[in-house]
Ligand binder design. Structure first.
Ligand SMILES: *[C@@H]1O[C@H](CO)[C@@H](O)[C@H](O)[C@H]1NC(C)=O
Ligand SMILES: *[C@@H]1O[C@H](CO)[C@@H](O)[C@H](O)[C@H]1NC(C)=O
Ligand SMILES: *[C@@H]1O[C@H](CO)[C@@H](O)[C@H](O)[C@H]1NC(C)=O
Ligand SMILES: *[C@@H]1O[C@H](CO)[C@@H](O)[C@H](O)[C@H]1NC(C)=O
Ligand SMILES: *[C@@H]1O[C@H](CO)[C@@H](O)[C@H](O)[C@H]1NC(C)=O
Ligand SMILES: *[C@@H]1O[C@H](CO)[C@@H](O)[C@H](O)[C@H]1NC(C)=O
Length: 692
């Protein structure tokens, strides 16, 4: 192929990317995805301890309310701005204080107020009677229905039966002021907090030292903590009459998410926006309430009026090849590495049977094919194609042997063979941990193989779609095989990895770059199959996951979101939990900065350029990481490679030298890939990038 052909074909792909991305996102077409053989898992809990029996599988497995349906259901969840816990037929609300030092940040749950039906002797578990993208409804014995809508400054409870309410506190009640109509009470506690309770009709409340008891009441009560801003109380008063019942995220246009809340009562709806919402929100769709703010581990939550918001993000380039192109002078160097890397590919010598590590090997090889296209060296592609077929097919055909994908019906989703009777093998894939990470790598391999061998792609399309739909189903319904967007949190706008394991700190995610890889790879698969819906959805989720990483994982030196000490000592969060920030990793202590940085970079791809588009931050992160290389005992060569790759963004020559001196690479990386990255960095002025 001549140079010009490559140029043209690369550019053509970019045009196709843009055309596809501009098509509207309506219902995903499913093309009859394949159903992997069914298994009965021996390690999954029953959902029906807590889910109403009318809610049938598929059911959510990585959701913002997951703790409410696991084990005893009594661990907290963060329904911003409050932590909520439910147990023994009561619900407790906490407006949490923040603990922060140089290594962790977390919010403390305290039972500020606990609400139940008085003298209810039947202590039963709560029931989840409905849920959607932005809310969960939790019913408590005796007729209390809590409408837990994310970002509502009010906790809303529909009291469905005429009952006597009990509201207790671990504090001492130091102030208690009703209005004349007895529809509003201001309750001051010994910790300095004042809570305001609004009732839809007069409610008779009397209090002791730490308990409030009502007269018989049926109707709606709403509770909010009073902030300190000027006019705060009058804002609460004004918006107390309109309450959200549920909320959906609608995907009707490319690179847009629209929130729509269903509301009851009268007046306008007041909700809170997190810092990422504020960055993306279309101001013409809403109005902000000056000075109305709540504190949060995620940054300030600010009042926004409107029952429909539009969130907009700039398009991200979903390209097979580097965005700016590879410097031609470097082709021979890259080709030399490529020839060696391809020579070493041998499907028969793979030792791992782990869905994670195996997927990484598949994706690593697939990258080699795309690099070969970019540097105009197609000779190696047939061997890579063979390797990809030999590695991917057994997982899609079910002939791998010691492992493979299976479908389980209890929650509705894929598990691995090893994971169907182990909650720890395959990093907990069998309990819905890390699905987007593992499957993302396979999708990358499938996308590339389909690109270079469309006939193969057509043959395996049903299986490929089944893998993708496991974590990227958009529709909802019991007729579907998979829950809606298994990992992606539509309010935080990033994914959770942690599946069906109870955690006192809520869901968590470690590697944002592997999450980005998952949605990016799905978008590439959409390109390979000419599926505009998939490209559009994959691009949107890629863009959002990148925004969220940059907002909450990447800690810039001048960031003010986190505590001073934490910001001084950390350039990147290790594990991000819904109510905690850790500097440690699942697999390494905080001192292993190279691992903490590396796990937020791998796999190294064209989209990595967008994830680390802030060059100043890339430099800060590298300079923070490098001292760890001198640690006693040394640092893995694989991790070093990712740090040098980041260095290559702003100091290309030095990074190249260091990369050349590496004696090994991460199992998902290669010298070819590192050289490809280095020679596709930089501006036209300093000789980087080919298409200047
Ligand atoms: C799973 O269990 C159900 C109910 O016991 C049974 O009908 C079904 O055959 C089992 N499926 C497999 C694959 O073992
Ligand atoms: C909840 O109820 C159980 C059983 O009645 C009891 O053992 C437990 O102490 C209760 N927990 C709380 C916090 O009240
Ligand atoms: C931060 O606080 C945690 C929890 O109290 C503690 O375990 C840890 O040692 C503290 N870290 C530092 C660096 O002080
Ligand atoms: C609730 O129980 C307490 C004793 O535990 C009793 O004194 C009180 O009268 C009861 N109240 C109602 C409304 O039944
Ligand atoms: C998977 O590989 C591990 C490690 O090589 C091995 O111990 C295990 O037996 C294998 N599992 C199966 C089911 O073959
Ligand atoms: C798990 O299943 C595999 C076969 O799928 C079987 O070989 C193994 O003994 C099982 N392990 C347990 C603990 O049941």
């Amino acid at each position: 192929m001549s140079q010009e052909t490559i140029n043209k074909s690369t550019l053509r792909w970019q045009c196709i990317t843009i055309m596809l991305v501009l098509s509207p996102l309506t219902t995903m077409s499913h093309h009859h995805p394949y159903t992997f053989p069914t298994t009965n898992s021996t390690v999954l809990p029953s959902p029906y301890t807590f889910f109403s029996p009318k809610l049938t599988p598929p059911l959510p497995t990585n959701s913002f309310f997951q703790n409410f349906v696991l084990e005893k259901g009594d661990q907290p969840e963060y329904i911003h701005p409050y932590l909520i816990k439910s147990r023994n037929s009561s619900l407790s609300i906490s407006y949490p204080s923040l603990f922060s030092n140089s290594s962790i940040i977390y919010q403390r749950f305290k039972r500020d107020l606990t609400i139940s039906v008085l003298n209810n002797s039947k202590k039963r578990a709560h029931v989840i009677s409905s849920y959607d993208d932005l809310s969960v409804t939790l019913d408590i014995q005796g007729g209390l229905r809590f409408l837990l809508v994310r970002g509502s400054p009010f906790l809303t409870c529909e009291v469905l039966n005429k009952v006597v309410l009990s509201i207790s506190t671990i504090r001492v009640i130091v102030g208690f002021v009703p209005n004349s109509a007895k529809t509003k009470y201001k309750i001051s506690l010994s910790n300095g907090q004042t809570w305001v309770l609004y009732a839809s009709s007069a409610i008779e409340l009397s209090h002791g030292v730490n308990r409030i008891v009502s007269g018989e009441f049926r109707g709606v009560i709403r509770i909010a903590v009073l902030g300190s801003g000027l006019g705060f109380e009058s804002v609460l008063d004004r918006f107390s009459t309109c309450y959200p019942v549920s909320g959906l995220a609608v995907f009707s246009e490319p690179f847009r998410v629209k929130y729509k809340w269903e509301k009851k009562g009268w007046g306008d709806l007041l909700m809170l926006a997190n810092p990422l919402h504020i960055k993306l929100i279309d101001d013409s769709s809403v109005s902000k309430v000056n000075g109305f703010k709540y504190g949060s581990i995620d940054g300030e939550l600010v009042g926004v009026v409107g029952d429909s918001w539009v969130l907009k993000t700039d398009p991200v380039p979903i390209t097979w090849h580097s965005i700016k192109g590879v410097r031609e002078k470097a082709y021979p160097q890259i080709v030399r590495a490529l020839v060696q890397d391809v020579k070493d590919l041998n499907a028969r010598t793979i030792e791992t049977n782990s869905s994670y590590f195996f997927g990484k090997l598949v994706a690593r090889a697939a990258r080699l094919a795309l690099i070969a296209e970019e540097v105009d060296y197609p000779n190696v592609i047939p061997k890579i194609k063979k390797y990809l077929k030999e590695t991917i097919e057994p997982w899609l055909d079910g002939t791998f042997g010691s492992n493979g994908f299976l479908y389980e019906e209890t929650w509705g989703g894929l598990v691995t063979k090893q994971g169907s009777n182990s909650s720890t093998l395959d990093f907990g894939f069998g309990v819905y941990n890390d699905h987007h990470f593992h499957i993302g790598y396979f999708l990358y391999g499938i996308a590339v193989l389909t690109k270079i061998d469309p006939v193969w792609g057509r043959k395996y399309r049903p299986q490929a779609y089944s893998l993708m739909l496991d974590f990227m189903t958009l529709d909802k319904g019991s007729n579907l095989k998979y829950t809606r967007l298994r990992c992606f949190d539509l309010w935080k706008l990033h994914s959770w990895a942690s599946g069906l394991t109870e955690f006192p700190n809520g869901r968590n995610q470690e590697s944002t770059s592997e999450a980005v890889n998952a949605y990016y790879s799905a978008a590439l698969m959409g390109l390979a199959y000419g599926d505009t819906h998939l490209v559009t959805l994959g691009s949107l989720l890629t863009a959002m996951e990148i925004h969220a990483s940059q907002t909450w994982w990447h800690v810039k030196e001048d960031d003010t979101k986190y505590g001073k000490d934490f910001t001084r000592e950390n350039r990147v969060v290790g594990i991000l939990w819904s109510i905690k920030r850790d500097s440690g990793l699942w697999f390494a202590p905080p001192e292993w900065r190279e691992a903490r940085t590396g796990i937020q970079v791998l796999p190294l791809l064209p989209i990595t350029e967008v994830l680390f588009s802030d060059v100043t931050f890339a430099k800060q992160l590298v300079e923070w990481t490098l001292p760890a290389f001198k640690r006693k005992g040394g640092v893995g060569e694989g991790w070093k490679g990712f740090v040098y790759a980041l260095q290559g963004i702003y100091d290309n020559k030095a990074a190249l030298q260091k990369i050349r001196s590496l004696t090994g690479h991460d199992d998902g990386n290669s010298l070819s890939n590192l050289l490809w990255w280095i020679f596709s960095r930089g501006s036209c002025e300093d000789g980087g990038g080919r298409r200047c």
